[in-house]
Design a protein around this ligand. Structure first.
Ligand code: OGA
Ligand code: NI
Length: 358
């Protein structure tokens, strides 16, 4: 393991503790360069664009409906890299419960949460910064990160014991997320012209990985100067985001604009990560996104990451390499790949670009 990743470069301060101290100015480390600060609502963000909404229930219908869903997801992946799904089959009781236990967790006293403080070795636990390099930018958010799959790396010792139902509910939510991602992987496989099981097989079949990050964005006294999460693309395969439908915050890049996502109650937001970009030889691209914060409301979101088996080298599938579109990326395992974000923190799309060195 890279020696850089043994510990954080300086003591980690929870953003929640800064927010709750009553500070009216945010510390300099959280102030973003002018070009990265949130766009003022009413400028380009006022164009009322929105990411596509897809009814997954239609997959259970006839061939025509099924084809329409495959087409809609394929278009959404090409045009946006993001879409919201409704009728997704995930039990809404479990959704409510998982939001409930994690809201409760973040309300625990700081000393309790700090008992589960994470290190950059595995990232599991309660943390604040992403990126171990000393000058990596700090974002206005705290999080709890945990591994769900493979079972052998799931470590309950790093999961909260309070609230009491947290483990059981998080596991159940995770199982339902895996099922949903497997459906989307099938759709993506077919949309690329392959058999249903193609992409999952490329991801390592039954040995895929899964992890979750619960993001907690406290109220911020100067939201115009900072971000809850800096622009990044997700390093893994697919991400399913359960976002607070009362407090918008997620913005998705569309050309030179940032489009704010308005979550529909009961919907889930899905996006493709860098590994799908690599496997599909950029037929589908992972898209940059970021989170803005606000002065009056805290926000909680749960990001579930469906990832390839971590020690399997991934590269563009040969069927998608043509004379017009030669192989764009070199092979790399997900273990190697995610070291980059762990060192540098969120940094736009520079990571997948770095694979282009052929
Ligand atoms: C993430 C992410 C968005 C959000 O966790 O990778 O992009 O709205 N989260 O919290
Ligand atoms: Ni993300």
């Amino acid at each position: 393991m890279d020696s850089l990743l043994h510990d954080w470069p300086e003591p980690v301060v929870a953003v929640q503790s800064i927010a709750e101290s009553g500070a009216t100015l945010i510390p300099n480390k959280y102030v973003k360069p002018a070009a990265d600060r949130p766009t003022v609502p009413g400028s380009s963000a006022g164009r009322e664009l929105s990411i596509p909404i897809i009814d997954l229930g239609k997959l259970a219908g006839g061939v025509v409906d099924c084809r329409a869903v495959i087409r809609a997801i394929s278009d959404a992946c090409r045009d946006w890299g993001f879409f919201q799904v409704v009728n997704h089959g995930v039990d809404m009781e479990v959704v409510r419960a998982v939001l409930g236990v994690w809201r409760e967790f973040f309300k625990l006293p700081m000393e309790e949460k700090k008992k589960l403080a994470n290190s950059p070795r595995t990232y599991e636990g309660y943390g604040s910064r992403l990126g171990v390099e000393k000058d990596s930018s700090l974002d206005w958010g705290d999080y709890f990160y945990l591994h769900l799959l493979p079972h052998c790396i799931k470590n309950f010792d790093k999961w909260p014991t309070v609230p009491g139902a947290c483990r059981e509910i998080t596991e159940e939510y995770g199982r339902q997320m895996v099922t949903l991602c497997e459906t989307v992987m099938k759709v993506l496989s077919m949309s690329l012209g392959f058999d249903v099981g193609f992409l999952k097989e490329k991801f390592g079949g039954e040995e895929i990985g899964a992890c979750m990050r619960v993001n907690y964005y406290p109220k911020c006294p100067q939201p115009e100067l900072t971000l809850g999460l800096s622009a990044h693309s997700d390093p893994g395969g697919l991400t399913v985001l359960l976002a607070d439908d009362r407090v918008p915050g997620l913005q998705v890049r569309k050309g030179n604009d940032w489009v704010t996502v308005n979550p529909i109650p009961g919907a889930l937001i899905i996006n493709v990560g860098d590994q799908i970009q690599v496997l599909s030889n950029a037929t589908y691209k992972s898209v940059e996104h970021r989170v803005v914060v606000n002065e009056s409301e805290e926000r909680l979101s749960i990001a579930f990451f469906y990832n390839p088996k971590s020690d399997l080298p991934l590269e563009p599938v040969k069927e998608l390499i043509t004379q017009e579109r030669p192989q764009l990326y070199r092979a790399m395992t997900f273990n190697e790949y995610r070291l980059y974000i762990r060192k540098k923190g969120p940094s736009g799309k520079t990571q997948v670009e770095s694979l282009k060195a052929m």
